[in-house]
Design a protein around this ligand. Structure first.
Ligand SMILES: *Cc1c(COP(=O)(O)O)cnc(C)c1O
Length: 368
């Protein structure tokens, strides 16, 4: 029997009666767009993150795009971000017409190297968009301090980090605005696409809400160019069932990570570094080795789920590598991860026995 990278079926079965009732209840209500469930999940996420506002939208990519647009960031502006993230981070920057400026990451946490940010700031820099990669919050005090000194905005890409903390505060409440994704494989996932913007800023919340609704605050009157980006009522209902379990699931991910930390020490594998300023929620448990291909082949042969995160850094992706306006900076740490960082199964509910199997297969492949 194999071990999946993520076991969404087990999660569904554990909540089947509530989830089925949520879906069927929405069908019976025949209210599919907006309505009480969407309002309720907005209020619940705002309360969970500790922000004044949460505004639902269609997905995490749109959440990032809507924040940038609401801040008036656009053509010719520069936004500093990490090259070691899912494509959507930089895609959102490019879609508002801005230029993603990539700054190298630090080894171990794979988060943006905050000591390298200031050197990338120019008079065109409008924002820094740190990504809490794999569920670990970036050192936000350091980033907010740099941003304040240069009078630029900070936007959290918190798509992988719902529930993660930094100095006692939750991801999503640590900058001017933050983006979350409810893509099924995220720590809090719906049954399709979904996203959310969190912010304490009244104007940003109102503008995001308007832009996500065709640039309209009053039905059939439009004062801005917007998009159609909504969270479906059915997804909101599903998220309301799942949210009360998120902290427990994240605790189980952390427990799984602690088991790997213990069993994989001294194997030569580079293990993820957890900063003491907060709690990582291990969206993924990522290890690094030059023998990644061999280890992953051995895992796959035994039916153990794994994947490269990420196989190619963003500045090396054709769509960005070919752009003359993106500054060419040295990004050796990010490039060193290409094809050498990959995930071990670390989902909520993984058993110690399953983890021991993973560890045995990994160790055997490393020794070969
Ligand atoms: C998943 C993800 C996104 C995009 O979210 P979608 O809901 O898939 O659009 C953006 N940034 C990061 C870091 C992500 O992991």
């Amino acid at each position: 029997m194999g071990i999946p990278l993520l076991d969404l079926q087990a999660q569904y079965l554990s909540l089947k009666p509530e989830l089925d009732a949520a879906v069927l209840g929405t069908m019976a209500s025949a209210g599919f767009i907006g309505g009480p469930k969407v309002k309720e999940i907005e209020a619940s996420i705002a309360a969970y993150c500790g922000t004044k506002h949460a505004v639902a939208c269609g997905n995490g990519t749109d959440a990032l795009f809507l924040i940038l647009a609401a801040m008036g960031i656009g053509k010719g502006d520069e936004v500093i971000t990490t090259p070691f993230t899912f494509f959507a981070t930089a895609e959102a920057i490019a879609h508002v017409g801005a230029i993603p400026v990539f700054v190298d990451i630090e080894p171990g946490t794979y988060n943006i190297d905050v000591t390298k940010i200031e050197g990338a700031i120019t008079p065109r820099t409008k924002a820094i968009m740190p990504v809490h990669i794999f569920g670990q919050v970036v050192d936000m005090d350091a980033i907010n301090e740099i941003a304040a000194r240069h009078d630029i905005e900070v936007i959290e890409d918190a798509c992988q980090a719902i529930g993660a903390t930094y100095k006692g505060r939750r991801a999503g409440s640590l900058a001017k605005a933050a983006a979350f994704s409810f893509f099924p494989s995220k720590n809090l996932g719906c049954a399709g696409d979904g996203g959310m913007v969190t912010t304490d800023d009244d104007a940003i919340a109102a503008t995001v809400r308007k832009l996500a609704n065709h640039g309209s605050s009053r039905k059939y009157f439009h004062d801005a160019m917007g998009v159609n980006s909504r969270l479906d009522a059915i997804q909101a209902a599903i998220l309301l069932v799942k949210l009360p379990h998120l902290d427990e699931w994240n605790a189980q991910r952390r427990a799984g990570a602690a088991v790997y930390d213990e069993l994989l020490g001294g194997t030569g594998l580079e293990l993820p570094v957890a900063r003491s300023y907060g709690e990582c929620v291990y969206h993924l448990y990522i290890v690094k080795t030059p023998k990644a291909a061999a280890v992953m082949d051995a895992m796959k042969a035994e039916g153990i789920g794994t994947a490269l995160y990420y196989p190619l850094a963003l500045h090396e992706q054709e769509v960005f590598a070919s752009r003359e306006d993106i500054p060419k900076r040295a990004l050796p740490v990010a490039e060193s991860c290409d094809a050498s960082t990959f995930a071990l199964p670390c989902f909520p509910g993984i058993t110690r026995q399953q983890q021991e199997t993973v560890v045995r297969v990994v160790k055997e492949a490393l020794a070969r």
